[in-house]
Design a protein around this ligand. Structure first.
Ligand code: NAD
Ligand code: LMR
Length: 340
């Protein structure tokens, strides 16, 4: 009986061990805000990622339950829950990637900037702890308003003397996920083959999908179709906020997008070639200090920030119109840290 059981266990685990565990290095991922609407499904998806060897789940409440639950899944990552500020250091120590979905979500009628007053302080304190306990980690910022929370994180790290612009990312993957889905539906092309870069920022008109560069190319789309697709991508978050009618914003699609981006960071750290994702990073692509565009991920984080490529006239207009709003959101974040 023992031999049989051993045989059974070995055969159900061998392939994973053979292909993933022994060939990929130890990697610790921490999720801050892990008991929330995004945090819980994101914890699940990171537990399913064979590149993760250690998963730290931190929140101000509820993490023991989430961690116990997720820890029973028979995958590689060792899961631990951490609750309350006194356990934040332990959660962060040794992390390679820190994902931050901590903070309040929108309700109908609110803009992402309306979240600034609460979330700016949360992000500032979490980043202060990151600077202390895992200054070399790649930070994946999900908390809104991303256009301001990324500059906040940068300022906190600068003050602490730990800032490395290659290691700070605003997660805009959900905009890409939406643009791909909406384009595939309209162009009637297989969604799994679709690629669409989305640049700029992560709020309203600052979200600029570049459908002129979408692949597979579709000649069936009119200018009106492109305008409608652009608007739907820009308003994708609001579409979900309204449908949830007061119960929050995108959580499941965001967890999916967050898991894709964290996986790309881990692959880059592990030396996989040609890992490119759009992200809101420190940038010299435009005159703005932070901007989302394609980024090549590698062993040090953002190895290269890629240019915008050629834009249609409609996209050029969109680029010019988004700059004032994005600039002021960035400045608001910087000022918050400088004055507090
Ligand atoms: P939620 O309210 O369901 O969960 C947030 C979690 O953060 C809660 O569990 C809460 O306890 C926790 N939290 C609060 N303060 C904390 C602190 N100081 N330290 C650790 N955890 C703390 O909200 P949600 O739906 O998961 O959304 C979280 C954030 O993500 C919001 O700001 C939302 O706007 C943003 N968001 C961003 C994107 C994006 O594309 N970047 C997409 C969706 C949502
Ligand atoms: C999204 O794009 O879904 C998030 O930024 C959440 C929101 O407030 O729209």
């Amino acid at each position: 009986e023992t031999a049989l059981r051993r045989g059974g266990a070995a055969s159900s685990h061998l392939p994973r061990r053979f292909f993933s565990v022994e060939s990929s290095p130890e990697r610790k991922v921490a999720v801050l805000g892990a008991a929330g609407g995004i945090g819980q499904p994101l914890a699940l998806l990171m537990k399913l990622n064979p590149l993760v060897s250690s998963l730290a789940l931190y929140d101000i409440a509820g993490t023991p339950g989430v961690a116990a639950d997720v820890s029973h899944i028979n995958t590689r990552a060792q899961v631990a829950g951490f609750m309350g500020e006194e356990q934040l250091g332990k959660a962060l120590e040794g992390s390679d990637v820190v994902i931050i979905p901590a903070g309040v979500p929108r309700k109908p009628g609110m803009t992402r900037d309306d979240l600034f007053n609460i979330n700016a302080g949360i992000v500032k304190s979490l980043c202060t702890a990151i600077a202390k306990y895992c200054p070399n980690a790649l930070v994946n910022m999900i908390s809104n308003p991303v256009n301001s929370t990324v500059p906040i994180a940068a300022e906190v790290f600068k003050k602490a003397g730990t800032y490395d612009e290659k290691k700070l990312f605003g997660v805009t993957t959900l905009d890409v996920v939406r643009a791909k889905t909406f384009y595939a539906g309209k162009a009637k092309v297989p969604v799994e083959e679709v690629d669409v870069p989305v640049v700029g920022g992560h709020a309203g008109i600052t979200i600029l999908p570049l459908f002129s560069q979408a692949t597979p190319v579709s000649n069936a789309l009119t200018d009106e179709d492109i305008k409608a697709l652009t608007k739907r991508t820009q308003d994708g978050g609001t579409e979900v906020v309204e449908a949830k009618a007061g119960k929050g914003s995108a959580t499941l699609s965001m967890a999916y997008a967050g898991a894709i981006f964290a996986d790309a960071c881990l692959k880059g750290l592990n030396g996989a070639p040609d890992i490119v994702e759009c992200s809101f990073v420190q940038s010299s692509i435009t005159e703005l200090p932070f901007f989302a565009s394609k980024v090549r991920l590698g062993k040090n984080g953002a190895e290269e920030v890629l240019g915008l490529g050629s834009l249609s006239d409609y996209e050029k207009q969109g680029l010019e119109s988004l700059k004032p709003e994005l600039k002021s959101s960035i400045e608001k974040g910087i000022k918050f840290v400088q004055e507090n």
